[in-house]
Write a protein that binds this ligand. Sequence first.
Ligand code: ADP
Length: 321
Amino acid sequence: MIEVSGLVKVYGTNVALDNISFTAGEREIVGFLGPNGAGKSTCMNIMTGYLSSNAGTVKIGGVDISEKPDEAKKLIGFLPEQPPVYGDMTVIEYLDFVYELKGCKYNRKKHLDEVCKVTRISDVKKRLIKNLSKGYRQRVGIAQALVGNPKVLIFDEPTVGLDPKQIIEVRNLIRTLGREHTVILSTHILSEVQSVADRIIIINEGKLLADEKTENINRTINESSRYMVKICGPQREVLEALKSVSGVTHAEVSSEREKDSYTYHVESESGYDMRKNLFFAMAEKQWPVIAIEEESVSLEDVFIRLTDSKSSDLKAKGGKR
Ligand code: ADP
């Protein structure tokens, strides 16, 4: 449904996209993951025809966006980072305006009622957009993308600025939309794509780092477990003892200190729970363990693990790709 090939975008001397290629199939939800400044918005703006590229092509349903922009754009519903909603219009006036703008040829009332129903904004249809909560306003933004029933939906950071309840609602909505549409959503939050996307594309500094099924990324993340451990005892000796606990692959001291206890970050072998060994090893020395907490894996950790596993794959293959 979407074919992106060799995209390059340069702003002055800054290479925002460096040869990005990927595809997305019908009814697939693809998560575009990367830290701020990675190039996600630039890529999405090119894919939706709002920005031109220096090199490369984007095809939507086989139609090249730079050759036939009007035809390709009809297949896309776009929610930019700043939703293009007009505060002084009511929700229904605004959707009516978008309907005109897109030159839709459905039964207008039926189509807009359906769009409002799916995005669950029917109860605020007659309210001014500026008086809506951020969560509702975001759903109006998603509704305008759905007008015309495009096959492809592209959402740039759709949950930024929402509260936890609104985030769950928008994620559920995206999952529902993925049953009928190809959805690409960008985010800088790992758990966000893990919870909705079938596939995750990771970009950093304009380069594509990974393009994997979500389950494969999860496996990479789960390969080792990281714990935050608080132990009362002499820092240096505790650290040495931690390193020799069976199953521990790495241990380091954190800067945190609380009375006579220090905090440590401890990593364990894949699939091995070393917590009991750690507890007994410290008990033997009479150093009380006052906390063990599993640490969530950050986006940076994923980058490091993916790049590490790529370079070890390369080494295993004798440096050949
Ligand atoms: P993301 O959406 O992942 O946060 P962006 O696509 O917004 O990343 O930005 C990628 C890079 O391109 C950044 O280094 C950013 O500063 C730069 N950039 C984005 N838009 C412009 C612009 N209009 N002019 C110059 N540089 C830009």
